[in-house]
Design a protein around this ligand. Structure first.
Ligand code: HEC
Length: 96
Protein backbone atom coordinates (compact mmCIF):
# COMPACT_ATOMS: atom_id res chain seq x y z
CA UNK A 1 0.00 0.00 0.00
CA UNK A 2 2.81 2.36 0.76
CA UNK A 3 4.08 1.75 -2.76
CA UNK A 4 1.10 3.66 -4.19
CA UNK A 5 2.29 6.94 -2.77
CA UNK A 6 5.92 6.54 -3.78
CA UNK A 7 5.72 7.28 -7.55
CA UNK A 8 3.87 10.58 -7.10
CA UNK A 9 6.33 11.68 -4.44
CA UNK A 10 9.37 11.12 -6.61
CA UNK A 11 7.71 12.86 -9.57
CA UNK A 12 7.19 15.88 -7.36
CA UNK A 13 10.79 15.78 -6.19
CA UNK A 14 12.01 15.70 -9.79
CA UNK A 15 9.93 18.74 -10.60
CA UNK A 16 11.30 20.68 -7.66
CA UNK A 17 14.81 19.72 -8.64
CA UNK A 18 14.23 20.89 -12.19
CA UNK A 19 12.80 24.22 -11.09
CA UNK A 20 15.69 24.83 -8.73
CA UNK A 21 18.54 23.81 -11.00
CA UNK A 22 18.99 27.02 -13.04
CA UNK A 23 19.75 28.94 -9.87
CA UNK A 24 21.63 26.19 -8.05
CA UNK A 25 24.75 27.45 -6.34
CA UNK A 26 23.92 31.02 -7.21
CA UNK A 27 21.40 33.15 -5.57
CA UNK A 28 18.93 30.98 -3.67
CA UNK A 29 17.05 32.26 -0.66
CA UNK A 30 19.66 30.75 1.66
CA UNK A 31 22.40 32.96 0.25
CA UNK A 32 23.34 35.64 2.78
CA UNK A 33 22.65 39.18 1.65
CA UNK A 34 25.38 41.78 1.55
CA UNK A 35 25.64 44.76 3.89
CA UNK A 36 24.71 47.39 1.28
CA UNK A 37 21.75 45.29 0.18
CA UNK A 38 20.41 45.03 3.73
CA UNK A 39 20.99 48.73 4.30
CA UNK A 40 19.02 49.64 1.20
CA UNK A 41 16.10 47.31 1.75
CA UNK A 42 15.79 47.30 5.54
CA UNK A 43 17.08 50.70 6.57
CA UNK A 44 16.46 53.17 3.76
CA UNK A 45 12.75 52.30 3.87
CA UNK A 46 12.03 54.82 6.65
CA UNK A 47 14.64 57.46 6.06
CA UNK A 48 17.07 58.55 3.43
CA UNK A 49 20.45 56.86 3.20
CA UNK A 50 21.78 60.33 4.02
CA UNK A 51 20.48 60.00 7.57
CA UNK A 52 22.51 56.86 7.99
CA UNK A 53 25.73 58.02 6.36
CA UNK A 54 25.70 61.59 7.65
CA UNK A 55 25.46 60.69 11.32
CA UNK A 56 28.85 59.78 12.77
CA UNK A 57 28.94 56.71 14.98
CA UNK A 58 31.80 54.80 16.48
CA UNK A 59 32.15 51.05 16.10
CA UNK A 60 30.61 50.62 19.56
CA UNK A 61 27.69 52.88 18.72
CA UNK A 62 26.46 51.15 15.58
CA UNK A 63 25.01 48.05 17.28
CA UNK A 64 23.21 50.39 19.70
CA UNK A 65 21.75 52.37 16.78
CA UNK A 66 20.69 49.16 15.01
CA UNK A 67 19.07 47.94 18.23
CA UNK A 68 17.16 51.23 18.48
CA UNK A 69 16.09 50.95 14.82
CA UNK A 70 14.71 47.49 15.56
CA UNK A 71 12.74 49.23 18.31
CA UNK A 72 11.62 51.78 15.69
CA UNK A 73 10.37 48.93 13.51
CA UNK A 74 13.33 47.71 11.43
CA UNK A 75 12.91 44.06 10.61
CA UNK A 76 16.22 42.18 10.59
CA UNK A 77 17.03 38.50 10.88
CA UNK A 78 19.84 37.59 13.28
CA UNK A 79 22.09 36.87 10.31
CA UNK A 80 21.27 40.10 8.47
CA UNK A 81 21.79 42.07 11.62
CA UNK A 82 25.28 40.67 12.13
CA UNK A 83 26.18 41.34 8.49
CA UNK A 84 24.79 44.85 8.62
CA UNK A 85 26.52 45.77 11.87
CA UNK A 86 29.86 44.56 10.52
CA UNK A 87 29.28 46.53 7.33
CA UNK A 88 28.31 49.73 9.17
CA UNK A 89 31.29 49.41 11.49
CA UNK A 90 33.71 48.82 8.62
CA UNK A 91 32.27 51.45 6.34
CA UNK A 92 30.78 54.25 8.41
CA UNK A 93 32.37 54.24 11.82
CA UNK A 94 34.32 57.16 13.16
CA UNK A 95 37.09 56.97 15.74
CA UNK A 96 35.80 57.34 19.27
C1 HEC B 1 10.59 51.64 10.86
C2 HEC B 1 11.34 52.81 10.44
C3 HEC B 1 12.86 52.76 10.52
C4 HEC B 1 13.67 51.80 9.99
C5 HEC B 1 13.29 50.54 9.25
C6 HEC B 1 15.02 52.23 10.27
N1 HEC B 1 15.01 53.42 10.93
FE1 HEC B 1 16.63 54.55 11.42
N2 HEC B 1 15.42 55.98 12.16
C7 HEC B 1 14.04 55.89 12.26
C8 HEC B 1 13.55 57.03 13.02
C9 HEC B 1 12.08 57.27 13.37
C10 HEC B 1 14.66 57.80 13.35
C11 HEC B 1 14.70 59.11 14.19
C12 HEC B 1 14.49 58.77 15.66
C13 HEC B 1 15.63 57.96 16.24
O1 HEC B 1 16.80 58.37 16.09
O2 HEC B 1 15.35 56.92 16.84
C14 HEC B 1 15.82 57.15 12.77
C15 HEC B 1 17.13 57.62 12.82
C16 HEC B 1 18.25 56.97 12.38
C17 HEC B 1 19.60 57.46 12.46
C18 HEC B 1 20.01 58.84 12.97
C19 HEC B 1 19.96 58.90 14.46
C20 HEC B 1 21.20 58.37 15.06
O3 HEC B 1 21.18 57.96 16.25
O4 HEC B 1 22.27 58.42 14.41
C21 HEC B 1 20.41 56.49 11.97
C22 HEC B 1 21.92 56.54 11.86
C23 HEC B 1 19.57 55.38 11.59
N3 HEC B 1 18.26 55.71 11.82
C24 HEC B 1 20.03 54.20 11.06
C25 HEC B 1 19.22 53.14 10.67
C26 HEC B 1 19.72 51.86 10.22
C27 HEC B 1 21.16 51.47 10.10
C28 HEC B 1 18.62 51.11 9.90
C29 HEC B 1 18.58 49.67 9.40
C30 HEC B 1 18.84 48.68 10.42
C31 HEC B 1 17.44 51.91 10.17
N4 HEC B 1 17.85 53.14 10.65
C32 HEC B 1 16.15 51.50 9.94
C33 HEC B 1 13.25 54.90 11.72
C34 HEC B 1 13.69 53.78 11.09
Amino acid sequence: MAAIAAPSLSAEAAQVEQAASPKAGQDGSATPRSGPEILETNCAACHDMGVITATPHSAEDWPVVVQRMIGNGANLSTEDRATLEAYLINTYSTPH
